[in-house]
Design a binder for this molecule. Structure first.
Ligand SMILES: [Cu+2]
Length: 433
């Protein structure tokens, strides 16, 4: 996709996937100001688009740059459901235009890992490879954050934060219900090298709710929502929930991201929807592992220098294994925004957090007849009356809706008729006089 800054992008998605698989498309790099329901995160900003149905995305291309679009459902992105999204500027507006003799749409490449089998086959036994061996500490090639300068002017996101969140993560040896039944197949009974560790943030696995909180806020069961202030003992027993933080609209938020780095030598690229953030600090502390308490102590002792002018602006940033990355953003875009590791394997089984920015009254209205979804559980008290009684109640409802001569609410029909007759007489009377 090649568009110009300020264009309105309209994309009709027809889901022709087999096996009833749902889909949604995220426009990675577009902040969806005023259109958060077009962000394409299934079950957070919209319902999954069911098979053999279509959905129209419509939003403004207001973030120039080289982005991409991709499925935000299951492992579809890793299986190839993605593409380029370039929002172009005039050469006069593009700060990099002097670097190119020709800046043409055909001069683009997009790179991906490609497997000759479905990603799901790789899922249970995934392995990690280090993709960037160059930018390592102690090498001549190291580029520290202090040497990277944003071309964008400083803004509110670099102010003193109103709130600070510590998010630490790793792969944990926990009896995740996805992999291990503690009574039959506990992880501690598995032989070394065959463990399936669970990627979590603050020892919580994020799950997606049955209805999207952005458009059906009050349909999300409250008992599904948690964060580490409402759930305890998650470092000992498996915890999963719709992992959500509430951020007051307008706050400056600092997030201290810590890759504890004990289990594997793996870095995690974290992506925030709805915003660009400033990367104010990043370092690898200890290759064999670091804790949130270690990072708090370093900060207290003044050993973490923050870059508070010209800090790089990103929407995705890696967190070094055994280290930290500190980001700041100004929460001025109300909505429900996903914050997650961008490795599909990790995000899909819970390495994610949901940021609620503002109250539901601050969220822009979704378009007319925006699709809805949710739980249709059979619950006591909502049981339909059986047999004839039920059919009769349906008939009664239909008659009330469509009208019938054989209505059992005839009294009210008659009174309506009387009122109409009086009204007509009244009109006739005044016309005659
Ligand atoms: Cu990850």
């Amino acid at each position: 996709m090649q568009v110009c800054e300020g264009d309105e992008i309209v994309v009709n998605v027809d889901n022709l996937l087999r096996n009833g698989e749902g889909v949604s498309i995220h426009w990675h790099g577009v902040h969806q100001r005023r259109t958060p329901y077009m962000d394409g995160v299934a079950q957070l900003t919209q319902c999954s688009i069911p098979a053999y149905t279509s959905f129209q995305y419509r939003f403004k291309a207001d973030t120039p740059g080289t982005h991409f679009w991709h499925s935000h459902s299951g492992l579809q992105r890793a299986d190839g459901l993605f593409g380029k999204l370039v929002i172009r500027q005039t050469p006069a507006d593009d700060p990099n235009s002097h670097l190119y003799d020709f800046d043409l749409p055909e001069h683009e490449i997009i790179v991906t890992d490609w497997l000759n089998e479905p990603m799901m086959n790789e899922f249970p036994a995934h392995h990690h490879k280090q993709l960037n061996p160059l930018n390592t500490k102690g090498s001549r090639n190291l580029i520290p954050i202090s040497n990277v300068k944003s071309l964008a002017p400083d803004d509110k996101s670099l102010n003193d934060p109103d709130m600070q969140l510590y998010l630490s993560f790793d792969f944990y040896k926990v009896d995740s219900t996805l992999f291990h039944d503690p009574s039959l197949y506990p992880i501690r009974a598995i032989e070394m090298g065959k463990h399936l560790y669970t990627p979590q943030v603050n020892h919580i696995s994020a799950i997606l709710p049955p209805s999207p909180p952005l458009t059906q806020y009050y349909d999300v069961p409250q008992n599904l929502i948690c964060n580490e202030t409402t759930r305890r003992n998650c470092d000992k027993e498996y915890c999963e929930c719709v992992y959500m933080y509430k951020i007051p609209l307008g706050n400056v938020v600092e997030m201290v991201l810590i890759d504890e780095g004990v289990t594997f030598d793996a870095s995690h690229p974290f992506h925030l929807h709805g915003y660009r953030f400033r990367v104010v600090a990043m370092d690898r502390v200890n290759k064999s592992g670091v804790t949130a308490d270690d990072v708090r102590r370093l900060d207290r002792e003044g050993l973490i220098a923050r870059k508070l002018s010209g800090a790089p602006l990103k929407d995705t940033v890696t967190v070094p294994d055994g280290g930290y990355t500190i980001i700041r953003f100004h929460a001025d875009n109300p909505g429900i925004w996903f914050f997650h590791c961008h490795i599909a394997f990790h995000a899909e089984i819970g390495m994610a957090v949901v940021m609620q920015v503002g109250e539901p009254t601050d969220f822009p209205y979704p378009p007319y007849k925006f699709p809805r979804c949710g739980n249709f559980a059979h619950t006591r008290g909502a049981e339909p009356p059986p047999g004839e009684e039920y059919l009769e109640s349906i008939g009664r409802r239909n008659r009330a809706r469509y009208g019938s001569h054989h209505t059992d609410s005839g009294a009210s029909d008659k009174s309506l008729g009387c009122i109409l007759a009086v009204f007509c007489c009244f009109c006739a009377f005044f016309r005659l006089t």
